[in-house]
Write a protein that binds this ligand. Structure first.
Ligand SMILES: NC(=O)c1ccc[n+]([C@@H]2O[C@H](COP(=O)([O-])OP(=O)(O)OC[C@H]3O[C@@H](n4cnc5c(N)ncnc54)[C@H](O)[C@@H]3O)[C@@H](O)[C@H]2O)c1
Length: 319
């Protein structure tokens, strides 16, 4: 197995919401960080402005010639670049196949060619489909995703495991609940605020509002990623990351409307799912990572409250 050390870290998707927080945490720990991002949903100004230890290569992960040299001498690759909008994949399944599965294959192949000893991959709770065990542990199966996004995350997990075993590097797979915090460019908070900006009198909510999911703040998520990297030592280490409880879409809609002055009428489109492939209930068991010493500090609702206030401030919405 190639030697792991404290050398440069490559972060694909490092200009995105989770990636830019991870980059900050890695820099704070003294690492040199090389970001590879095509800026499709991420933004250059999401990255800290001047730090000699940080570089950005604007490239599509599906085109390794544009970035493979950045892997030379790296001791870890964090692979986050992907379509991160589950709904987009339900409209065009090719998006997740190309950016998710093909992109992951290309990054894995580039990493093994340069003997990078650690590979860390951000997967999703969507790999569980509609689990019958809730909170859902990492050992749950069979894994039958219901979205193309979840299907290609699961396929990517398989590729990560196969590459790790074939080429002797260590891998981590993180199955995220809903991760929320600064620098988001899509998702429920973004959608609700955007809809109210366009029409402050009504908020259309997809589904019946009873969809309930677990929300975790980005900074806590990043702490979990680093704890698992530092303390887990299997060939392939799989961890859920989420909070202990859930928040319904109705609660989020009501909080956003309240911040907007409370005048908007909430209109539900009906049905238990927001879109094809949406999973109405999601709650992950976080006992496994808890045994390594990481625990969510905020409840899901507290994470939601903080994020609603933060997005309101970012967008200049005053209560
Ligand atoms: N935020 C969540 O709730 C959540 C939940 C489960 C899994 N994830 C996963 O975590 C990762 C980060 O998600 P996020 O919320 O920060 O999303 P994000 O959209 O903010 O970040 C994704 C980043 O990848 C970049 N990117 C996309 N396709 C690329 C390509 N082909 N080549 C190079 N760069 C590309 C984008 O420009 C963006 O900067 C993704 O893999 C996502 O699927 C996120």
């Amino acid at each position: 197995m190639p030697e792991a050390g404290g050398g440069p870290a490559v972060v694909t998707g490092g200009a995105g919401a989770v990636g830019s927080s991870l980059v900050r945490a890695l820099l704070a720990r003294g690492a040199e960080v090389r970001v590879i991002d095509d800026l499709s949903s991420g933004r250059r100004d999401h990255l800290p402005s001047t730090d000699g230890r940080l570089s950005l290569t604007v490239a599509d992960v599906r085109e390794p010639t544009g970035y493979a040299d950045r892997f030379t001498g790296a001791t870890e690759v964090w692979h986050l670049a992907a379509n991160s909008d589950v709904r987009r994949g339900s409209e065009n399944p090719r998006v997740d196949f190309d950016q998710g599965l093909d992109g992951t294959f290309r990054v894995l192949d580039a990493a093994r060619r340069r003997d990078v000893p650690r590979f860390l991959y951000t997967s999703s709770s969507t790999v569980y489909g509609m689990p019958t065990v809730v909170p859902t542990p990492e050992t749950y199966g069979p894994l039958l995703p219901e979205s193309f996004y979840g299907g290609t995350k699961l396929g990517s997990e398989g590729l990560v495991s196969a590459f790790a075993h074939a080429y002797g590097f260590r891998a981590w797979v993180f199955r995220f609940a809903n991760i929320i915090g600064p620098r988001m460019t899509h998702g429920i908070f973004y959608d609700f605020f955007e809809k109210l900006r366009r029409d402050p009198t009504r908020l259309e909510v997809l589904g019946d509002g009873r969809q309930s999911k677990s929300y975790l703040r980005t900074e806590e998520c990043v702490e979990g990623l680093l704890v698992a990297r530092d303390r887990a030592s299997e060939t392939v280490n799989v961890f859920n990351l989420g909070s202990y409880d859930q928040t319904s879409v109705r609660e989020i809609a009501e909080k956003v409307v309240a911040v907007h002055g409370g005048r908007a009428r909430i209109e539900y489109t009906g049905g238990s799912r927001g879109w094809v492939g949406d999973v109405p209930q999601q709650l992950l068991s976080v006992e496994k990572i808890g045994r390594l010493g990481w625990k969510p500090r905020l409840s899901s609702s507290a994470a939601v409250d903080r994020t609603v206030d933060e997005v309101a401030r970012e967008r200049g919405v005053v209560r």
